[in-house]
Ligand binder design. Structure first.
Ligand code: PLP
Length: 434
């Protein structure tokens, strides 16, 4: 593991941060608790690279957890932001960029007839669930263990992401009353879904699922799973919400919907569509969206929603996400995943590479991982050793075994070569870890 002397400037910042920010970070996984060591404080990003406070450069395989699909500080995005900032940072009125971004989202994903912009993925899923309850007049929500939908109280039951990382089954501060209407089922288990509908069919407002689960490591839906959810929801008058906050505009022009083609009633988006600024959205069927205030009775609002800087960064990012960009991202993902898997195989380390479009992650286990129970059965300690070896050789991986790895269109051969050079030693370290 790295010691503070490897990163003195980051260590000093972390010490200051811990005095004034709980745990020293503004989002838990950043604190490195799952892997140990000193979190790196980054001071700049360019293309596929991040530079930390000690002046060390890393190939970035986190990409801000997804948004930076074009790479850091893409010139067109920076220019759009500068131009937008010069016109003022927030008006508290409608503005033209919101319409442009909403139109681009609807153009890319035909079943999205209307869309409402918000500031974070959390707000998007929270609002979509409220809307589903308002539209159906029902109370219960079905979610899947290991799927993360942001830190919405009602959805923080068996959630993934930081909660898997810390092995917390749930969180304090969320009352039993709040999760009483949440039904948690195993991911990829259609029989469990059918049983839940058989027991509570006329009480279930919606099923919310990650379009392809990627917050417990990458666990794609098994063939027929999404379609089965669609059919169960339609049969029982519930809405299907596809959470595409991570997959949306990243795994294809039209996200996971573009790859699989199953039509949900509502989608949630975030990450890529903000281009690194706080922006997210939910949208779908016009008759459902018509229930939203001020058109309808379901309240939803935001002081900074549709912020002119956010929509400028988001729209510019989407307009630059061409077929060529997706091809480059897919190729980089394929190369990094395959190289990592080959290095681990050479070192004799049991592992499994899982992919969902250009999202991928490595589980330190042999069997296929199809749900949360299988995901958490991996030897996560091997990942710590792997992570720190890569970090010390200039590759920044997600600081948890339960997160997807991300690449961008800026991950060119030079960046991939650096990753390749670091892998053999990391694979050996992973093998020696237990
Ligand atoms: C990141 C994520 C969220 C939460 O988005 P925030 O912007 O962090 O609130 C919700 N759902 C999924 C699938 C995510 O990956």
């Amino acid at each position: 593991m790295s010691s503070p002397s490897d990163a003195p400037a980051s260590a000093a910042l972390f010490e200051r941060a811990q005095k004034v920010i709980p745990g020293g970070v503004n989002s838990p996984v950043r604190a490195f608790r799952a892997v140990g060591g000193t979190p790196r404080f980054m001071v700049s990003g360019k293309g596929a690279y991040l530079t930390d406070a000690d002046g060390r450069e890393y190939v970035d395989l986190v990409c801000s957890w997804g948004p930076m699909v074009l790479g850091h500080a893409h010139p067109a995005v920076v220019e759009a932001l500068q131009a937008a900032a010069a016109r003022g940072t927030s008006y508290g009125t409608p503005s033209p960029g919101e319409v442009d971004l909403a139109e681009e989202i609807c153009r890319r994903i035909a079943p999205v007839e209307q869309v409402r912009l918000v500031n974070s993925g959390t707000e998007a899923t929270m609002s979509a669930v409220r809307l589903a309850r308002g539209f159906t007049g029902r109370t219960k929500v079905v979610k899947f263990a290991g799927c993360y939908h942001g830190h919405v109280d009602a959805l923080l039951a068996a959630a993934g992401s930081g909660l898997v990382t810390f092995g917390l089954p749930d969180t304090q501060g969320v009352t039993g009353a709040t999760t009483a209407d949440t039904i948690v089922l195993p991911y990829n288990d259609l029989a469990a879904v059918q049983a839940a509908f058989a027991a509570h069919g006329d009480e279930i407002a919606c099923v919310i699922t990650e379009a392809a689960a990627a917050n417990m490591g990458v666990v794609p839906p098994l063939p027929g799973f999404t379609q089965g959810l669609r059919e169960a929801c339609s049969q029982h008058g519930a809405l299907l919400i596809s959470d595409e906050v991570m997959t949306g505009f990243r795994v294809s022009r039209a996200g996971w919907f573009g790859l699989e083609g199953v039509v949900p009633d509502l989608f949630t988006f975030g990450k890529v569509m903000g281009g690194g600024m706080p922006a997210a959205a939910f949208g779908g069927r016009a008759d459902v969206m018509a229930k939203l205030a001020p058109a309808g009775p379901v309240y939803q609002a935001g002081t900074l929603s549709g912020n002119p800087l956010s929509v400028a960064a988001g729209l510019t990012t989407l307009l630059h996400c061409t077929d060529e960009v997706y091809a480059t991202v897919n190729r980089a993902a394929e190369v990094v995943g395959r190289m990592a898997s080959e290095a681990l195989a050479t070192a004799g380390v049991a592992h499994r590479l899982q992919t969902a479009g250009s999202l991928f992650s490595i589980f330190f286990t042999e069997g296929p991982v199809t749900n949360y129970a299988e995901a958490t059965a991996q030897q996560a300690d091997r990942y710590k050793a792997f992570f720190h070896s890569m970090l010390s050789d200039g590759v920044y991986l997600p600081p948890s075994a339960y997160e997807a790895w991300f690449v961008s269109a800026a991950h060119d051969d030079a960046a991939l070569d650096r990753v390749m050079a670091a892998l053999p030693k990391a694979a050996v370290a992973a093998g020696a870890a237990l």
